[in-house]
Design a protein around this ligand. Structure first.
Ligand code: FES
Length: 139
């Protein structure tokens, strides 16, 4: 599949992010430092909508568990966390973007599907270490 129009530059006059759908995929378009980028809207951790999160200084923060991603590359920058448990960091999927005649185009290849990460308990965490930490914290 080639590049296809997903938005117009003028749509970014008052915002720095936009959610678009290409086929069955939801794509988060962002404007960072005057350039446009596209990543999957589905957080690799547990599928949260990154569009509903924040975008600051080129970093997208997932609203569900706080994972952070580079808006330009999709690279994972901060682990998701639930209470005090940190989860494995995954990179988000990014897509190539180009601008032509005021239009923003992206290319979505269909051979790779971004799925949310399955729930897993970090290796360091176990029931034994949990009770051990309670004992030493005086609880
Ligand atoms: S779903 Fe995004 S950090 Fe958990």
């Amino acid at each position: 599949m080639g590049f296809q129009k997903v938005a117009e530059i003028k749509e970014f006059e008052k915002t720095e992010k936009k959610l678009v759908e290409v086929g069955d995929k939801k794509i988060l378009l962002t404007k960072v430092d005057g350039a446009y980028y596209a990543v999957s809207n589905k957080c690799p951790h547990m599928g949260g909508s990154l569009f509903k999160g924040s975008l600051e200084d080129g970093v997208i923060t997932c609203p569900r568990h706080g994972a952070k991603y580079d808006a330009k590359t999709g690279k994972g920058l901060g682990k998701p966390k639930i209470l005090f448990i940190e989860f494995k960091m995954e990179n988000n999927r990014s897509y190539p973007v180009k601008v032509e005649d005021g239009n923003i185009l992206t290319r979505i290849s269909s051979n790779r599907v971004c799925r949310p990460q399955k729930y897993s308990i970090p290796r360091f965490f176990s029931v034994t270490t949990f009770f051990h930490s309670l004992r030493f914290s005086g609880v």
